[in-house]
Design a protein around this ligand. Structure first.
Ligand SMILES: *[C@@H]1O[C@H](CO)[C@@H](O)[C@H](O)[C@H]1NC(C)=O
Ligand SMILES: *[C@@H]1O[C@H](CO)[C@@H](O)[C@H](O)[C@H]1NC(C)=O
Ligand SMILES: *[C@@H]1O[C@H](CO)[C@@H](O)[C@H](O)[C@H]1NC(C)=O
Ligand SMILES: *[C@@H]1O[C@H](CO)[C@@H](O)[C@H](O)[C@H]1NC(C)=O
Ligand SMILES: *[C@@H]1O[C@H](CO)[C@@H](O)[C@H](O)[C@H]1NC(C)=O
Ligand SMILES: *[C@@H]1O[C@H](CO)[C@@H](O)[C@H](O)[C@H]1NC(C)=O
Length: 485
């Protein structure tokens, strides 16, 4: 991909280079006369925990021919390996091949590892996708009222789950679902590629996700999460193919990811209107760094629109945005309640954007008519600094809610170069309050410029977020190669 020729991206490539060793071992199996060559491939990977036990999905009858349905083999393998939950944990290896499968459920103290030439192909048979209940903080499915198709890789109530590989691929084969969505034929909400609910100690790393039916990676009601070295690719016109959506999650780190999608690259959420308010579980302590995003119709980082449980303490830095609608976007509405506060973003480089900054207080989109229009969101302490943007149509569109202004907005050291065909008005601000320092073009009067003498940098916390205490170690898995002699 041409992006990887930029200096910043070759750094990214270095970060995710895999370590792989092939060892040829001559073993004497049962005496000198019966010498047989055994070839193993030693796969090294980085993980929060290594595992004492392992198996290959092929041991459970799976066939990687792209045609055999392997749903049962995956589920039987994981059920079998779950016996090691309290005995050192286990790893399920997916060898080279195309492994067609419907949804399966993970277990605790468990690693799913995809070889770099392994592709998990999501089944296009709708019967392979059982229905599950709507999320309690949403009250209904997002595509349709009622239940949801379960995600391809699903987990509920788990501890210590790792989904990794040396850049193997998960292919959602989403065309079937996008077509049904566009034709209004969905009776239930589309599946995601990964959903982990009510779980803790999660790692999702070094994999490529393509063609998701809808969102790609959805940790919800979970904590202590590392998402690292992920490539996500969905057609730019595919509906709702958000990249990574931390939803009512605490203590999450998303880093070194490259996302091209038909919707937001990272969308931070916490439930929808009266359901989200009642559930009351915020997303907080979220770190996003070294993200490259292409999102022509949406945001690099969206906060909301479902934010009714609150979003607090988000720190994002070293972000590269290319050909995207907006850099950071806050989306909310009367009826959402909740809050978006203590948001810190710095060192974002933007190239070819509609709006560098966008805040929307009239997003609408309610789950049903039972929402409380007087449930007003609190949007407060939003800090953007040290950014350069080029080829931008309009610097900012900041629209709070009448009678409920978005406050303590701070923008400093931001240089925005306008596109040849830019809008005449570069800043449009209503119902917002804050300050600006060293920003061009000159911001709106609601964000008064602090003269150079009083120039101040917007805040960015200096303490270490707790998720940065998670260390990854080197683990290895040794796989037998089948040789024809
Ligand atoms: C992983 O695979 C994707 C798709 O083939 C590729 O674009 C990306 O560069 C790879 N990532 C790494 C770190 O090799
Ligand atoms: C996975 O990604 C991390 C960082 O993104 C990198 O350090 C590591 O070498 C990669 N490869 C493996 C096989 O873990
Ligand atoms: C699964 O687990 C049982 C014992 O718990 C074991 O006997 C069996 O061989 C395992 N593997 C397969 C492929 O079923
Ligand atoms: C996976 O978990 C979901 C929800 O807990 C359940 O409805 C489904 O039946 C499980 N699938 C299997 C194969 O056990
Ligand atoms: C969650 O997991 C724990 C430990 O495995 C178990 O005791 C508990 O019953 C589970 N709860 C639910 C709701 O599945
Ligand atoms: C202003 O932002 C640019 C771009 O991120 C950065 O290189 C520069 O160091 C910043 N200046 C100050 C004074 O922080």
């Amino acid at each position: 991909m041409e992006l990887f020729s930029t200096p910043r991206s070759s750094h990214f490539r270095e970060m995710v280079t895999t370590a792989m060793v092939v060892v040829l071992i001559m073993v004497s199996a049962g005496g000198a006369e019966s010498r047989k060559p055994r070839v193993t491939e030693n796969l090294e990977y980085t993980a929060r925990n290594c595992r004492a036990h392992s198996a290959s999905v092929a041991d459970f009858g799976a066939v990687g021919d792209g045609a055999t349905v392997n749903t049962r083999a995956f589920q039987e393998a994981i059920n079998n390996l779950s016996q090691f939950e309290s005995d050192g944990g286990s790893l399920l290896f997916v060898p080279p091949g195309k492994w067609l499968t419907g949804s399966f459920n993970l277990t605790s103290h468990f690693t799913l590892f995809l070889h770099r030439d392994a592709v998990l192909l999501a089944s296009q048979d709708i019967n392979e996708w059982p229905l599950i209940d709507p999320l309690p903080s949403y009250g209904r499915g997002r595509d349709a009222p009622g239940g949801r198709f379960i995600s391809l890789i699903f987990g509920n109530n788990l501890t210590d789950v790792i989904i990794t590989g040396d850049n193997g691929t998960v292919d959602g084969q989403g065309e079937l679902w996008w077509g049904k969505f566009h034709r209004g034929q969905l009776k239930h909400t589309r599946p995601y590629l990964i959903e982990l609910m009510f779980s803790t100690d999660i790692q999702i790393s070094n994999l490529t996700f393509i063609n998701s039916p809808s969102w790609n990676i959805h940790p919800v009601y979970s904590s202590n999460i590392v998402v690292q070295g992920i490539t996500i690719n969905a057609p730019l016109n595919s509906p709702n193919t958000d990249g990574i959506n931390p939803d009512s999650c605490t203590n999450t780190r998303i880093e070194d990811c490259y996302i091209v999608s038909g919707d937001d690259c990272v969308a931070v959420k916490s439930g929808w209107d009266e359901y989200g308010i009642a559930f009351g579980m915020p997303t907080k302590q979220l770190v996003i760094r070294r993200l490259t995003c292409i999102s022509p119709t949406s945001a690099v980082i969206a906060l909301g629109s479902e934010m009714s449980g609150g979003i607090q303490d988000v720190r994002a830095e070293e972000i590269l945005a290319i050909n995207s609608e907006s850099g950071v976007r806050i989306k909310t509405a009367a009826g959402r309640g909740g809050f978006v506060k203590d948001i810190y973003v710095r060192r974002m480089t933007m190239k070819t954007m509609k709006w560098a900054f966008w805040m929307t207080g009239n997003y609408g989109s309610h789950p049903d008519s039972k929402y409380d229009p007087n449930a007003l969101p609190v949007i407060q302490n939003i800090n953007y600094r040290d950014m350069v943007a080029e080829d931008v149509k309009m610097a900012a569109r900041l629209e709070g809610i009448a009678g409920d202004p978005f406050t303590e907005i701070c923008i400093s050291n931001v240089t925005i170069s306008m596109a040849a065909k830019a809008k005449n008005v570069q800043w449009a601000c209503t119902d917002v309050a804050g300050i600006s320092s060293e920003v061009t073009p000159k911001p709106c009067d609601l964000l008064p410029d602090q003269e150079p003498a009083n120039a101040r940098e917007c805040d960015f916390p200096t303490d270490t977020p707790p998720i940065d205490n998670v260390q990854l170690q080197t683990c290895s898995y040794s796989r037998r190669l089948q040789l024809g002699f």
